[in-house]
Design a binder for this molecule. Structure first.
Ligand SMILES: Cc1cc2nc3c(=O)[nH]c(=O)nc-3n(C[C@H](O)[C@H](O)[C@H](O)COP(=O)(O)OP(=O)(O)OC[C@H]3O[C@@H](n4cnc5c(N)ncnc54)[C@H](O)[C@@H]3O)c2cc1C
Length: 406
């Protein structure tokens, strides 16, 4: 007897980073047919600098799984690596990528390394999914876990300097376009930004032999977090340090989506904002020069160098030159940049400032369409920007999807 098409139609998971892999593992545990697409751990493997260390602690760096035995600590034990367990242990990005690959092989074995080129609603209650391979199929539900892909953000003042787009060969690039910072050995480099990505990019380039200046907005120097042994003892714990606010955002994100819209977006932007990891301070200070500015006004090619124009705190315009400028200016969720979602689908979605508006179980306003990871942050809070957010997101999303689209 043949089964009705709706029962055999798979769930399509778009993304094979921490959120896509963790969600897929949970969906598979419900016995649902699942097809997972994407390059495994590509953001970590190719769009972050080699030699990077994770800012998150080992306890906050596991992909949530439906069954025990798949944490980062489990991987280290299985691979015969030294244990990474205390808050003072630091996770190299290469170890984390290998852990993600191991998780994928064990729990998401059928991963398809193909790009999804379009997703279109096919009412009632299904989606037509097109792949770069040319295949077209119907999915009963779609989970968007495309993470950082396509969302790198350049401030308008710097974007104007690179009409052909940023890149290592242009006057300005984005930090996500660098894996090997050794290319700047013997060069002068300006890194714009004050977050962990900016500070660690600067340190790694300096350690590779570049002369590096960080240009940061504001006053008071760049900041670094407190080491574990200096965390306040009488405040509640969280994956990000000890503080009531972080504890609530980490363990009680359920009511976040009911907060006023402006507050939700503001908290995603500001909570856990620019701050270097405690262990980076020693490597940074004395190695990297910091220039504090009121604003970055623009950039332009200056022969084969780049001229960065800034507004100083005295109100004057000043020019800084270097061989290249890297903008470590983060990521911004914008549905318009998710070009694999058809225009019809994007128009039909309920949005909040360019981000999908999500309800219970990470569902969007279109039945059968779910978002997790960074695009879910405006609905479920800053926790969704980090790997440890999989613990909250993946079981809830899978439970909702399995009940609504059995
Ligand atoms: C420099 C840097 C350092 C960071 N350090 C930490 C840290 O220490 N700890 C922490 O918790 N978080 C950290 N983060 C945040 C972290 O990157 C994200 O939390 C995490 O990667 C999000 O996982 P994800 O699965 O949502 O997306 P990603 O890891 O970005 O994965 C996206 C996936 O989607 C796939 N994809 C995209 N579009 C398509 C398509 N059309 N078709 C098919 N597949 C597609 C890609 O191939 C990829 O597999 C850091 C971020 C940066 C930039």
């Amino acid at each position: 007897m043949t089964r009705p098409a709706a029962v055999t139609r798979p769930v399509a998971v778009i993304g094979a980073g921490p959120f896509g892999l963790s969600t897929a593992a949970h969906l598979r545990a419900y016995g649902l047919p699942v097809r997972v697409f994407g390059e495994p751990m590509v953001s970590w493997r190719a769009r972050m600098p080699a030699g990077m260390l994770l800012k998150s602690t080992p306890a906050a760096s596991s992909l949530d799984a439906p069954q025990p035995g798949h944490t980062l600590a489990d991987y280290c034990a299985a691979a015969g690596l030294p244990p990474l367990v205390t808050d003072e242990d630091i996770v190299p990005v290469e170890t984390f990528v290998a852990y993600g690959d191991w998780f994928q092989k064990h729990l998401v074995p059928g991963l398809e390394r193909v790009r999804v080129s379009s997703v279109d609603p096919r009412p009632p209650g299904a989606y037509e999914v097109k792949l770069d391979s040319g295949e077209v199929f119907t999915a009963r539900a779609v989970v968007v876990a495309s993470g950082l892909s396509g969302l790198a953000r350049l401030p308008p003042a710097l974007a104007a300097a690179v009409p052909g787009g940023p890149g290592p060969a242009a006057p300005v690039s984005h930090s996500s376009q660098h894996h090997d910072l050794g290319r700047y050995r013997g060069k002068e480099l300006i890194v714009v930004g004050a977050g962990q990505s900016a500070l660690e990019t600067a340190v790694l380039a300096a350690e590779a032999g570049a002369t590096v200046r960080v240009v940061a907005r504001g006053r008071g120097g760049v900041g670094f977090g407190e080491p574990p042994w200096r965390q306040p003892r009488f405040r509640p714990d969280s994956p990000f340090g000890r503080a009531w606010s972080l504890h609530l955002l980490s363990y009680y994100p359920h009511p976040y989506r009911r907060l006023p819209e402006a507050l939700r977006h503001e908290l995603v932007r500001r909570v856990l904002g620019p701050l270097g990891a405690w262990w980076l301070r020693e490597r940074f200070e004395g190695t990297v020069r910091v220039t504090e500015v009121a604003r970055v006004l623009g950039a332009a090619a200056d022969g084969d160098r780049t001229r960065l124009t800034v507004r100083t705190h005295t109100g004057a315009a000043e020019h800084l030159t270097a061989d290249h400028v890297i903008a470590a200016t983060g990521y911004r969720v914008d549905l318009a940049a998710m070009d694999f979602l058809s225009p019809a689908l994007r128009t039909a979605l309920a949005v909040s400032r360019g981000t999908p508006r999500l309800g219970a179980g990470f569902r969007s306003s279109l039945p059968g369409l779910y978002f997790t990871g960074l695009p879910a942050a405006s609905s479920y809070g800053p926790l969704m920007r980090f790997v440890c957010g999989t613990e909250f997101a993946s079981p809830r999303l899978a439970r909702h999807l399995a009940a609504a689209h059995p």
